[in-house]
Design a protein around this ligand. Structure first.
Ligand SMILES: C[S@@+](CC[C@H](N)C(=O)[O-])C[C@H]1O[C@@H](n2cnc3c(N)ncnc32)[C@H](O)[C@@H]1O
Length: 380
């Protein structure tokens, strides 16, 4: 079933009492999940935290569209009057859904699955996609990421929601619900902490990207084969920057080290970059980074042609010698988006890591891109 159709069926659903479904994700994220399952050809999917069941049905629709598969969705409770069984029946998606309700939760379920998949002491991966949107707590979800990391096949995508959520103020009854938390736990963005400290440093994951204004974190289990699909990201960090310094792209480009195949022309306040080859790059002048601890980069770009291109931004800090995939972010550009303001969180943690170099690649090429503002910034 096409995305627009499943979304319409879900959003127009009403119970006999007139209640409607509460969507817990933005349409952008639901569309991203749908496209990911469809285009990465995921067959066995898992959702950790079913909620009312909207995203389960979205994943199921993508499975039907690709020709089959199953989404296993796990929760500690069934929501009423609108829950997964009601929505699965209403949308016709039940054949693609395996809904599990157990107070033991998803970590117990994944423990059982790892046991079943273990032969001669090695767990054979059996999943192609995971959406983690459950407890939103450090202990539970750090373990969930570790467990699902064993179960995902190489090349599979993992998405985590709510990087911008913290317990204090993040729940109407937070003072009661999180009464047992320390001040530090209350003020921590738990999912962001897991994304940055567990997933981004996990040796089996790469291709990190933030979506939906920094709310969702994406990562791909490493594979020799490139992904047939990448998330379209509006990569904004959930945390505020304490300082920011802007530079004119024309000056940066004039001083940058660049490979062959990049031609630059001024276009008003912007510059036009014509990349004639695949994967040409700029390394920005050393004076920009100046060994400062940089936590974010912001830039304004407009893809003129072709319809899509991937901008990849690399950085080197004290932890690595060379540019590498793990210290990079990919942003999928679409010509139809026009000007895009992109903010990318680099370095990944609140620790101070002096940055030694920043590189910008137009990876797919050939392409024409307009580039306007550029700034670096950091936490205080
Ligand atoms: C934000 S909702 C999920 C929303 C859903 N993924 C969607 O996109 O519509 C979070 C759900 O996770 C469930 N949950 C929390 N901790 C869990 C655990 N340890 N195991 C299973 N489910 C859990 C909650 O009961 C709640 O229904």
């Amino acid at each position: 079933m096409k995305f627009d159709e499943i979304y319409k069926r879900l959003s127009t659903y009403r119970t006999s009492g007139g209640e409607k479904l509460l969507f817990l994700l933005t349409p952008t994220t639901m569309r991203g999940i749908y496209d990911c399952v469809l285009h990465s050809n995921a067959q066995e999917c898992i959702e950790l935290g079913t909620g009312y069941g909207a995203t389960t049905c979205i994943i199921a629709a993508a499975l039907q569209e690709r020709g089959g598969g199953c989404v296993t969705t796990i929760d500690i409770m069934v929501h009423d009057p609108i829950g997964i069984h009601v929505l699965a029946a209403h949308t016709g998606m039940a054949p693609y859904i395996n809904a599990i309700c157990s107070t033991a939760g998803y970590n117990w379920y994944m423990g059982d699955l790892i046991a079943a998949q273990t032969k001669n002491g090695v767990c054979e991966p059996c999943l192609d996609f995971c959406f983690l949107d459950g407890a939103h707590e450090w202990g539970h979800d750090a373990l969930a990421v570790y467990l699902v990391g064993k179960l995902l096949r190489p090349g599979s995508w993992l998405v985590m929601d709510d990087l911008d959520l913290r317990p204090r103020g993040g729940h109407p009854a937070w003072e009661t619900v999180f009464a047992h938390f320390t001040e530090a736990e209350l003020d921590t963005y738990h999912v962001a902490r897991i994304y940055n400290l567990i997933l981004r440093q996990h040796p089996d994951f790469g291709e990190f990207a933030l979506g939906d204004g920094g709310r969702t974190g994406w990562a791909r289990k490493k594979s020799a084969a490139p992904s047939p699909w990448y998330p379209t990201t509006h990569v904004l960090d959930p945390l505020r920057l304490g300082w920011r310094q802007a530079f004119a792209p024309a000056e940066l480009a004039a001083q940058a080290h660049r490979t062959d195949g990049i031609n630059i022309r001024r276009k008003g306040s912007a510059i036009q970059i014509d990349a004639e080859l695949t994967d040409p790059f700029f390394i920005l002048p050393g004076a920009v980074v100046a060994q400062r601890s940089i936590d974010a980069i912001t830039l304004r770009v407009h893809l003129v042609s072709p319809p899509t291109e991937t901008l990849q931004i690399f950085w080197i800090n004290a932890t690595r010698e060379n540019f590498n995939e793990e210290q990079s972010m990919r942003v999928k550009l679409a010509a139809e988006d026009g000007w895009r303001d992109i903010a990318i969180r680099i370095n990944g943690t609140r620790e101070k890591w002096p940055v030694r170099a920043i590189r910008l690649d137009l990876t797919d090429g050939p392409s024409t891109v307009l580039w306007d503002d550029f700034a670096i910034g950091g936490w205080i």
